[in-house]
Ligand binder design. Sequence first.
Ligand code: PHE
Ligand code: ZN
Ligand code: ZN
Length: 310
Amino acid sequence: MSRPRFIAIGTAVAALMLALVPASATAEPPPPTVVAAPDVDINGVLDHVSQFQSIAAANGGNRASGTPGYDRSADYVADTLTAAGFSVTRQACTTCNGQDENIIADWPGGDTANTVMVGAHLDGVRYGPGINDNASGSAALLEVALTLAAADPVMSKHVRFAWWADEESGLRGSNYYVRTTGVSDIEVYLNLDMVGSPNAGYFIDNLAGSYSTPFRDYLDGQGLAPEEMTECCSDDGPFRNAGVPTSFLSTGASKVKTSAQAAKWGGTAGRSYDPCYHSSCDSYPGNINTTALDHMTDATAHAVWEFAVQ
Ligand code: PHE
Ligand code: ZN
Ligand code: ZN
């Protein structure tokens, strides 16, 4: 008595499954989930900048390559990343001042044959603590890395962060990496140098390039209408020369803001983007524009997520 009913129910279930299976099997695969980058905490960025200021103050007033101020900066970045779960490589650059180390940090996951690499130089000049140039880029990158670790999203591409030694005497750390490690696995290299300029502009090197799209979109979305960078040079150079597509964010160095730029970005026309460029007054808090640093940090996270997160 109950047996036929059981079969009938079983048949009904089987029919339902048959009805469902072909439908889902023939449907288009869903588009990859687009996960937006979280807002990066500017207070985290400023904490790192403040640490670099303290490191300079405790080590003769600067963080130049070949000095203890550089080495303590490298320790700070490497230890913070290791604690957050990164695979950290301290690469001795034998052609750098003091044979200082590049800090390379890999976030596990994603396609390693198509690595998205993002870098900033960690050294400063000997004249001062090197805060806008380039504790700003170093700190922004560090907080983006920590934000990625905390979010732990599914990665489509591999992400590698780099803090370069000895940019200031001729891009030596990044040149060393490109020459010795090679770039065959690097799809794109993104660079940050001076991203908290007190009289900030919003510049993207290779503004029209397809790999600049996330930077451009983010800053356009903030109403900041970025312009082509006209100052040179930084650690994107060795990558570009090796055939890697690059993009590069900066709020400007020693060039002077035009009145058109002051009208759209605020700040002071006729004055350098950073009047303390390569000077002893490149210090924290005086020489950091928090608003600019916040925008450039979020633009960087936006690009990392756009390129590498599923
Ligand atoms: N890279 C140069 C330096 O570190 C200056 C520079 C910064 C050039 C930003 C262009 C953009 O001194
Ligand atoms: Zn610099
Ligand atoms: Zn410099």
